[in-house]
Design a protein around this ligand. Structure first.
Ligand code: SF4
Ligand code: SF4
Length: 383
């Protein structure tokens, strides 16, 4: 294609992005994202929980041109990660957990970063080496959904996710900031209408209202972002989720009959769709790192994943998990010991109580002692 005008260049950039595997591409200017004020209010209310990086980067997120003064346009890209495996609602056989769909395949950051770099390389080849550019994939202070919304990729739905009318919401986002002035796409209209399926379906009541999520109650936050103990009152609502949650996407009508991803990197790894839980409890640090190399689960580290697995097993009330949970009462990580104690308390069997009694006698960590004592008396720790 001969690139003569900004319109032709925009079209050529989109074609190249599609060729690189990005199904959705849109362009916007580097203005303040439309929901920057509501983002600030959200932080102010404390709905971001312990995500301190959000607060640290608040101003940069709200006003991108203050830290990227050379940038004139943003190319927003999206790639579908949906693969057609239904969520099992009835457990049969060994207890299984649920991992959010986005985490079944390879970590998307690497996939996106190399392709956005390739896109920037193509732009420089086409326009000139003087073009400045910077790719962001989840890591920078960028309100990604805001830019993708401005670029017409989708609208931000009541579940706070970006939704494309044709492709639903199971996609990853990335951005390439450019020093080029490019004609911007138009945002599309919000199509949620009177629907409130996502708000009603949330098992933890994490939506304060439409478009407003209290992350502190969201299973995705609790099982991925939160580093410490999961509040005991909310553990029973987490069900068998061990890494993220898709419920407010599953119920969305725009996620019905969507195409499956053809991207090899996003196809499920063996055993990550509905994984058996008990074998996960036996992983030591080295085995964990080797098993989850290149997987998004690596981010939660062994202690975070085992914490979540213990909660899921407690919720499933699985008697066959008692020996494995009892072994975890001697785990080096207090976080793991405490959640294993909670799970054993939920099963309430004689075997579980005996393991808890023994553990209480030798435990030295004050928080874990409280967890064990509460597990034995059936109460919830007050944190
Ligand atoms: S991800 Fe799950 S817990 Fe979080 S808001 Fe959606 S339905 Fe609720
Ligand atoms: S479930 Fe309904 S209200 Fe929620 S995001 Fe989808 S369309 Fe919007």
């Amino acid at each position: 294609m001969v690139v003569q005008s900004p319109e032709q260049l925009t079209q050529a950039i989109k074609e190249e992005a599609h060729r690189l595997g990005f199904e959705l591409v849109g362009i916007s200017s580097v203005s303040d994202p439309p929901h920057e004020q509501s983002f600030a209010d959200w932080l102010q209310e404390g709905y971001g929980g312990e995500m301190a990086y959000m607060t640290r980067t608040e101003q940069a997120r709200r006003h991108p041109s203050t830290w990227l003064p050379w940038a004139r346009s943003v190319v927003s890209v999206a790639m579908n990660y949906y693969t057609p495996f239904p969520r099992e609602t009835h457990q049969a056989g060994a207890p299984k957990g649920w991992i959010s769909r986005y985490a079944w395949g390879e970590d998307y950051h690497t996939v996106f970063e190399s392709r956005l770099d390739a896109l920037l390389g193509w732009i420089r080849n086409t326009v000139g080496e003087e073009v400045q550019g910077k790719a962001y994939v989840d890591a920078g202070p960028v309100l990604e959904k805001g830019f993708a919304g401005l670029a017409g990729i989708g609208w931000i739905g009541k579940n706070t996710l970006l939704i494309s009318p044709k492709h639903g919401s199971y996609f990853f986002l990335g951005e390439l900031f450019l020093s080029l002035e490019l004609p911007a796409d138009q945002p599309i209209r919000n199509r949620c209408g009177s629907c409130d399926l996502c708000l009603k379906a949330c098992p933890t009541d994490a939506f304060v209202g439409p478009y407003r999520l209290d992350a502190r109650r969201c299973i995705s936050y609790l099982t991925i972002e939160l580093k410490g103990s999961i509040p005991a009152q909310i553990r029973p609502l987490i069900g068998s989720h061990i890494f993220g949650c898709d419920i407010c996407q599953e119920v969305c009508p725009y996620n019905v009959n969507i195409e499956a991803s053809k991207e090899p990197a996003f196809q499920p790894r063996e055993g990550l769709h509905a994984p058996e839980l008990i074998p996960l409890l036996a992983l030591n640090d080295e085995q964990f790192r080797s098993w989850f190399k290149g997987s998004p689960l690596k981010r939660s580290k062994r202690r975070g994943v085992l914490r979540n697995v213990a909660v899921a097993l407690g919720n499933l009330g699985s008697a066959e998990s008692i020996p494995a949970l009892a072994r975890l009462l001697s785990d080096p990580e207090p976080l793991v010991r405490g959640h294993a104690a909670w799970a054993l308390g939920r099963t309430g069997t004689t075997e579980a109580r005996a393991a808890l009694d023994e553990a209480l006698a030798r435990e030295t960590d004050p928080d874990v002692k409280v967890e064990i004592a509460q597990a034995l008396t059936g109460g919830a720790p007050s944190h």
